[in-house]
Design a protein around this ligand. Structure first.
Ligand code: PDD
Length: 276
């Protein structure tokens, strides 16, 4: 496999990161995960805009313009002869001797490589189990930062309870999943947390809102208490790698079994049409 490293596309083994990279020492960096379908990146411009926003919020400068990065990412997948999968793009602030204080003179380091896509076909019809737990993350979840300890811990906790994803609640209100956004369906209306500092504004989330508007399905972007999950008609997750994933049950702080309903299926079909 190939890797995009310092503007060059090279064999994976050739790229070597420094021990003094601030990403390694402080988690001082950002990332994106972009889906590749049949040789085309899905919503690449939106991902690059979000990468730029994450950089701005952390007072970092990206080493390339979006146009340059687009070109480099297509070069990478051509070299890999890849048509499908996910490209992981990471930017760290750069290297420095270990000091919490960054100086603004560091040179950011961008790397990117392809990851295989897991087969979710089975789960897309039968749904997944979700584990509801407290959101212990920081207050800037809108930044797609490399600091993912809260997410990593929750994912393990979910797996230890035979669940595929963890769903967070903060002060009793549902925010998002460990690596996904969550939607509820109640009486034909979609409910999801507003895009503020408590969640990552997912690209797939934005697509779903767009699809719903196109189909005259009402969307309410307001926080809702975790107890509402127990009375939902349907629930699903959204994310680049899982697309639209139905939830068949919640465990942990909310316990309920749900059917996989018609609205989830309609959204899945409409999303499939958009990527095709
Ligand atoms: N996760 N919320 C969180 C915390 C996420 O990490 C992600 C994405 C999402 C969904 O965003 P999108 O629809 O743009 O993929 C929501 C990526 C895939 C990851 O960490 O691997």
């Amino acid at each position: 496999a190939y890797i995009l490293w310092q503007g060059q596309i090279m064999k994976e083994a050739t790229a070597q990161a420094s021990l003094f990279d601030r990403g390694y020492q402080f988690g001082d960096g950002i990332y994106e995960m972009v889906r590749l379908y049949d040789g085309q990146f899905f919503a690449l411009q939106k991902h690059l805009e979000r990468l730029n926003k994450s950089a701005e919020k952390l007072d970092m400068t990206l080493p390339y313009t979006s146009a340059e990065l687009t070109h480099l990412l297509y070069q990478l997948i051509q070299k890999d002869h890849a048509d499908n999968g996910n490209v992981y793009v990471q930017v760290t602030r750069g290297t420095s001797t270990r000091d919490h204080l960054y100086s603004r003179t560091e040179t950011p380091i961008l790397s990117a490589y392809l990851l295989p896509q897991k087969d979710h076909r089975q789960a897309h019809t039968s749904g997944i189990a979700a584990y509801v737990t407290e959101d212990i993350r920081w207050l800037r979840c809108d930044i797609k930062s490399l600091n993912l300890l809260g997410n990593v811990m929750a994912k393990r906790q979910a797996a230890d309870h035979q669940c595929t994803e963890a769903i967070f609640h903060r002060d009793g209100m549902i925010t998002e999943g460990a690596s996904t956004n969550i939607f509820l369906v109640n009486n034909g209306t979609l409910y999801t947390h507003p895009a503020n500092n408590f969640i990552l504004d997912g690209i797939t989330r934005q697509e779903v809102i767009d699809i719903a508007e196109e189909r005259h399905i009402n969307v309410v972007q307001e926080p809702f208490p975790k107890e509402v999950l127990a009375h939902a008609d349907e629930a699903f997750l959204t994310g680049t790698t899982i697309e639209i994933m139905p939830i068949h049950s919640f465990t942990g702080d909310v316990q309920v079994t749900l059917p996989i309903g018609p609205i989830t299926k309609r959204i899945q079909e409409a999303f499939t049409a958009r990527i095709g």
